[in-house]
Design a protein around this ligand. Sequence first.
Ligand SMILES: Cc1cc2nc3c(=O)[nH]c(=O)nc-3n(C[C@H](O)[C@H](O)[C@H](O)COP(=O)(O)OP(=O)(O)OC[C@H]3O[C@@H](n4cnc5c(N)ncnc54)[C@H](O)[C@@H]3O)c2cc1C
Length: 310
Amino acid sequence: MNIGIIGAGLSGIVAARDLVRHGHTVELIEKSRSVGGRLATRRIGDGKADHGAVYFTVRGEALKQDVADWIERELVRVWYADPYPRYVAIDGMNTLAKHLAEGLTVHLSERAEVVMLENETVVVKTDVTTRHYDRLLITSPLPQTFDLLTDFAVDPALRELTYAPTFVGLFEFGSEITIGHEGILDTDLAPGVLKVINNHQKGISATELVSVYMDESWSEEWYERADEDTLREIERLLQSVTGSAVIRSRQLKRWRYAQATDVWAEPYYPLRDAPIFLAGDVFLEPDDASGRTRFESAYVSGLRVAEAMR
Ligand SMILES: Cc1cc2nc3c(=O)[nH]c(=O)nc-3n(C[C@H](O)[C@H](O)[C@H](O)COP(=O)(O)OP(=O)(O)OC[C@H]3O[C@@H](n4cnc5c(N)ncnc54)[C@H](O)[C@@H]3O)c2cc1C
C-alpha cells in the first residue's frame, strides 16, 4: 500500500517505521524544517536546550523493549529516578527523533492544507504539491487535524477536546548555575513556574542553558501578550532560583498546542467513511494507567495505528 502520514513527530515516525518494515511505501509530510515535533531541542551558541518534552517515563510493555535497545545503542540514558526512571535522549530529545526517522521518506517544510477523497484515493494538497495515497494517517494536534478534515464526519466528542498552551523561556548564563541535585526543580517554585531545568547538568549542553517551563494557566493568561513582556516576566520569576546570576541571552518558545486537557480512550481513531486514521499523544489505550498525553502515549498510538492500517 501507498501510505501518507501528516506529521513527523514521534507518533508519525513510529507508525512509519512499522509500516515500512511490513513492506508498505510510506512518506511523511512535515511542515517544520526538521522531524520531531514536540521532541524539540534548540541550539543556542555552543549549547543545546530541550524546549519540548523534558524526559520520558515507561509504564507499559510496548515501549520497554525499544528503550532497552536505545540504551544499548547509546541513544538514551536514565537521567534520574524518582522513584521510577526518567529517560532522556543523549544529545537532546530531538536527536532521538532524528535517529528514529533515519531512512524514512520525509517531505520537510511542507504543510498539508486540504485533505479530500477522489474515488478510493486520499488526496492531500500541500503548500508545495498534491499527493495521492491509498491510506492516510494524520498525527497533528487535533485542532490542526480538524482544519484539514472539514469535509469529513468525525465524532463530535473528539472535536471537543481542547489543548493548553505552554511557554518555555530559554536563558543562557555566563557562569555555572546549579539547579537542584540533578539539574531539575519542579517543586516550591514561583507561582506559574512548572519546571526549571539546567541543560548542562542534564548532560546535553556544553554551556549553562536553563529551560523554564510555565504551567498551563499562566501560559493561557499570558498567551496574547507581547513576547518581550512574557520573556521579561519569566526571567523575573526565575530569579527566585538563580538570584542575581548574569544572563547572557534569552529566547522564548511558544507552544500553541502543548498538551491536551482531556484524552481519547482509544489509541487511534479511524474515520468511518474514508481510509483515514488519526493518531498521536492524545489517543491513549483504554487501560493507560497515567491518563496523560506524553511521549509514551504518542509512541504507543503510533504502534497501534500502524497495526490497524496494515
Ligand atoms: C513544552 C512541552 C513539554 C513536554 N514535556 C514532556 C515530558 O516531560 N514528558 C513527556 O513524556 N512528554 C512531554 N511532552 C509531550 C510530548 O512531547 C508529546 O506527547 C509528544 O512528543 C507528541 O508526539 P506526537 O507525534 O503525538 O505529536 P507532535 O510531536 O506534535 O507531532 C505532530 C507533527 O505534525 C506536524 N504538523 C502539524 N500540522 C501539520 C500540517 N498541516 N502539515 C504537516 N505537518 C504538520 C507538526 O509540525 C509536528 O511535527 C511535552 C510537550 C511539550 C510541548
